[in-house]
Design a protein around this ligand. Structure first.
Ligand code: ZN
Length: 416
């Protein structure tokens, strides 16, 4: 990211755990963990909105002269991925590799700054095994036998679950009631009906190897694979440690995923909080429903790019919506963004190499900074650029000041 002169303001963001908008003023390096994709049907516009939100967050921090350690996982082995691979008759590893590749191309096209660490669930399995063994050793986890009739491939196979009754911090991320938790747990990867669990909500830590499922050595756990949430607890602890600055993802990850990731990390370390702030992107709808793989109503970034849509227009279309406001994608979003982008390009094309920066330009840069620092108000920042573009088109002399700020802070390339 190009460094601008001066410095941005301290970032304020909405923290789902406390329910407040508050200043996140980290020590350098600032530490960010964003939950990555499960690599199938990537990258739909709901994903793109999420990674764009945290891209803005990283840019605000960088503009404030902080170093940033940004970690993102990719859930490259999980139930939904295996199901999709089976449905399509492809090997799950090939499906994952293809979709990860596509995801990275989409992110690059949208000019989303890459994380410092992009970690696959599979490569994190040895650390997961260590974590789960230590949870068993300190009595925080328990085993449930799996019989051959249930598909176990090893004798004395056992699944492992976290015992939530020993975790007083459980609930502190989502603040949902037990009834609300039970309502969504099953839909979002949980297994409330599994026989032998001490509590319906206890999260799976280790799934013993089953027939026709991939598995890895688990030392004393036996062969198997980790549950979804322990993957993120362990990767975050490995690369960031406890009390990192921001945990990010879509609002559909608040429970159970972020709740369980946090409680597991606390069970492992005896410390809290897992993250200092939990920041969540609202859902993007399409044709009347949340855009989701399970509903199949997806608009893919790669499909738009294939149709010849300028990736900067896609980015600008997403920036027109505040990250905390649920919204629905329509064709009009692209039309409006394309018009706006043309107007900005016309304004920027008048830029010369002059060092002379007008008051309006200085004010516009300040406004972009101020709007983003105030809970990532991208629409507010876009409106400031609109006002500058209108003035430029009306004859105001144009330097490179605003295009440079649009590049650095909004990630849009007006000058090439
Ligand atoms: Zn995660």
């Amino acid at each position: 990211m190009p460094q601008l002169s001066g410095s941005g303001e301290p970032l304020r963001v909405h923290d789902s755990a406390s329910g407040t908008v508050r200043t996140v003023q980290p020590q350098s390096p600032a530490r960010l963990y964003v939950c990555g994709i499960t690599p199938y049907d990537a990258t739909h516009l709901g994903h793109a909105a999420t990674y764009l939100t945290f891209d803005l967050l990283q840019r605000v921090w960088l503009d404030g002269h902080l170093d940033v350690v940004y970690v993102q996982n990719v859930t490259d082995v999980d139930e939904p991925l295996l199901e999709r691979a089976a449905r399509d008759g492809v090997h799950w590893e090939d499906l994952a590799a293809r979709e990860i590749d596509l995801f990275r191309q989409d992110m690059e096209a949208l000019r989303i700054l890459a994380p410092a660490h992009y970690v696959g669930a599979v490569e994190g399995i040895p650390e997961d095994v260590d974590s789960i063994r230590s949870l068993l050793a300190n009595g925080a986890a328990y085993r449930i036998p799996v019989s051959a009739a249930e598909g176990a491939v090893q004798a004395q196979a056992q699944d492992v679950y976290l015992d939530l009754s020993g975790q007083p911090t459980f609930g502190e991320v989502s603040h949902l009631s037990r009834a609300q938790m039970l309502e969504v747990f099953g839909e979002r990867g949980g297994d409330p009906d599994r026989q032998g669990k001490r509590d319906a909500l206890d999260p799976l830590l280790w799934r013993a190897a089953r027939e026709d499922e991939p598995s890895w050595p688990g030392e004393s756990l036996g062969a198997g694979r980790p549950g979804w949430h322990i993957e993120c607890s362990t990767i975050a602890l490995t690369y960031l440690g406890m009390r990192f600055d921001v945990q990010g993802g879509g609002t559909d990850l608040i429970f159970p995923h972020h709740e369980m990731s946090a409680v597991q990390a606390t069970a492992l370390t005896g410390e809290q909080p897992f993250a200092r702030a939990y920041v969540h992107q609202a859902m993007v709808g399409y044709q009347g429903e949340k855009m989701s793989k399970s509903k199949g109503n997806l608009v893919l970034v790669s499909a738009l790019l294939r149709d010849g849509v300028d990736p900067m227009v896609i980015r600008l279309a997403l920036l027109a919506h505040h990250y905390r406001t649920p919204w629905e994608w329509t064709d009009q979003d692209l039309v409006a963004a394309a018009q706006r982008w043309s107007a900005w390009l016309v304004a920027a094309s008048q830029a010369d190499e002059t060092e002379e920066v007008s008051d309006l330009e200085t004010r516009t840069v300040q406004q972009i900074r101020a709007r983003l620092a105030d809970d990532l108000d991208a629409p507010g920042a876009v409106a400031a650029v609109d006002a500058w573009a209108a003035a430029a088109t009306a004859g105001l002399p144009v330097s490179r000041a605003v295009p440079s700020a649009v590049d650095a802070l909004l990630g849009l390339d007006l000058l090439s």
